[in-house]
Each structure stands twice: as C-alpha cells, then as structure tokens.
Design a protein around this ligand. Sequence first.
Ligand code: FES
Length: 110
Amino acid sequence: MEKEFKNIHFTVIENGTRITVTTRHGSYPNLMYLLKEELQLESFGECGGVGRCATCVVKTSGITGNSAVKDRNEPNTLEQLGYSDETTRLSCQIYITADLNGAEITVLEI
Ligand code: FES
C-alpha cells in the first residue's frame, strides 16, 4: 500500500525536448491525460482514451510490470497504423503507476 503513494519519475521527450516528470500513482486517469495536460498537446487523445483514435501514440522504453503489456483495443489499433513492435504504445492504455519509474516516453507526431 505504501508503494502507491511514492513519487513516480519518468522522462518525456516531446519535439526534441526532454522533460522529467514527477507524479503520483493515479494522478491522472492514464498517461494520455497527463501528457495532454502537462504538455498542453492539442489534438492529442481525441477519443478520450477508448483506444480507437490513435492520436496518443508514444514510443516507450523501460516500462515494467503489467503496464508493459498491450491490452484491450490497443494491439488492433496500433496494427492498423502499421505498428507491430512492443515499444510503440497508445498512451491512453498506460496507467500512472510505479511501472513508469525510470521509463522514457517519446511523443510521436502522427
Ligand atoms: S486517446 Fe484515442 S487511442 Fe488513445
């Protein structure tokens, strides 16, 4: 239980700029909402996190645990865009948990 309240640190790369993010477990519904709000990204996450619009695509490294596994609509949506590798993800399908500690998230231009 104590683990859930510790700070979570990860790096976001957006348009060539590296940003260190410090947040807490569950601070946003998912990573898409965090990126959209903190980086003020327009046209990001247009379906509201259903996993269908693919406007929230990121490249990831260092995500651990259950968060490293694609789930629900994510694999099909990414395959339709031609992404079959394990590191390209829909940020709306990644929750804000300790699995993000030390990860690197690159926002892709779609
Ligand atoms: S917000 Fe639409 S797929 Fe992620």
